[in-house]
Design a protein around this ligand. Structure first.
Ligand code: CLF
Ligand code: SF4
Length: 348
């Protein structure tokens, strides 16, 4: 039987409060709540072989998609407009089009303004992890409860086949040493976030023949360090995307290979099964994209009374809650697996 290891009903209260309206961290929540992304972060500090930088970061986005980059002010305006129009939108994520933490001024300015103007919106960020330890104090000042780190390996020899270079301390570093530094920073960042009580999701891109036999070890290690959720995503490598893997015939996994690996990891770890590989400017429920309703020309002259919107949003959330709780209880028996029990025990 397929295991649904993110059911909210089984979580300790403190964790449940953090995930019950986050559509990615709770499979139940994605039936009721929406997320949006703003593409404020164009630069990146590493190179992945599944990315050619013309497109959005593939660590959290569907490959081959290009988002329009916004300034922090434009992004905040868009978030307020969407939050007023789609009250189910509870989470604002920054996930590209490059790496959010390689663009700290733009990312943190967006978070700073939203914390002040829209305190009812959860803030979320997704990163390759290289800059994470260096900016962690600033990140945590913004009351961020959810962070995603893409960790494709914990072995630098495997990492050298995924990452040709990183940009570190003003220098480009290549080969095994680059992977070694990236892995060190990712693991350190994970430990620091867990120590600060932030819920961490780990994304891994499943690359057949490169890290397929290694990802169970990744899952085991990140779980031991306190990661909350593991999201194994399929590599999508097409020649027309112009990536190193795409041009060199590296294939992605079959859906059977993906599910087999997710099942193998699920013995130890809470697995995400409902990821939709969103765009860096996605808007709406997971799997839908309402971005075209909120383009800059449409929101430019819009005046949003966010105080009034917050009252309406709270009413909508209050109406959703009993429904969500009932659905969560109804789905709970499907989830009685040893992995969930072990994780919950550890968190109690
Ligand atoms: Fe966005 Fe990511 Fe936050 Fe969700 S998406 S930054 S955790 S708010 Fe969600 Fe989209 Fe999958 Fe990402 S479905 S690609 S896991
Ligand atoms: Fe591309 Fe994201 Fe990798 Fe940077 S971290 S190279 S944007 S896939």
């Amino acid at each position: 039987m397929r295991q649904h290891s993110s059911t909210v009903a089984q979580l300790p209260d403190a964790i449940r409060a953090k995930v019950n309206n986050h559509p990615c961290f709770s499979e139940d929540a994605h039936h009721h709540y929406a997320r949006m992304h703003v593409a404020v972060a164009p630069a990146c500090n590493i190179q992945c072989h599944y990315c050619n930088r013309k497109y959005d970061c593939s660590n959290e986005s569907r490959p081959g998609v290009v988002s329009e980059v916004l300034t922090p002010n434009q992004a905040v305006k868009k978030v307020l407009a969407v939050a007023a129009a789609i009250p189910q939108m509870t989470v604002l994520g920054i996930a590209g089009p490059g790496d959010p933490l390689a663009n700290p001024a733009r990312t943190f300015e967006t978070f700073r303004q939203l914390t002040a103007q829209a305190p009812d919106i959860k803030l979320c960020v997704s990163t390759n992890g290289l800059a994470l330890p260096a900016v962690i104090d600033e990140l945590c000042q913004h009351n961020i409860e959810h962070v995603t780190i893409t960790i494709n390996c914990v072995d630098p020899d495997i990492g050298a086949k995924i990452y040709p270079w990183i940009f570190w301390n003003n220098r480009r570093i290549k080969g095994r040493r680059a992977a070694e530094i990236l892995i060190e920073q990712q693991q350190k960042g994970l430990e620091m976030l867990v120590a600060r009580g932030v819920l961490v999701k780990v994304n891994s891109v499943l690359i057949p023949g490169i890290n397929d036999e290694h990802l169970q070890e990744v899952s085991r290690i990140v779980k031991a360090k306190g990661a909350f959720l593991h999201n194994v995503m399929p590599l999508i490598a097409e020649a027309e995307h112009g990536t190193f893997y795409g041009l060199n015939g590296q294939r992605g996994p079959t859906s059977e290979e993906l599910q087999t690996l997710q099942d193998a990891c699920a013995g130890d770890m809470r697995m995400m099964r409902h990821c939709r590989q969103c765009r860096a400017d996605a808007v709406g429920m997971l799997g839908e994209d309402r971005g075209q309703e909120f383009t800059l020309d449409k929101i430019e002259h819009l005046e949003v009374d966010y105080a009034a919107a917050m009252v309406h949003r709270a009413e909508v959330h209050a109406a959703i809650e009993p429904n969500a709780r009932a659905n969560s209880r109804a789905s709970a028996p499907r989830c009685g697996n040893a992995g969930v029990a072990a994780v919950d025990e550890q968190r109690n």
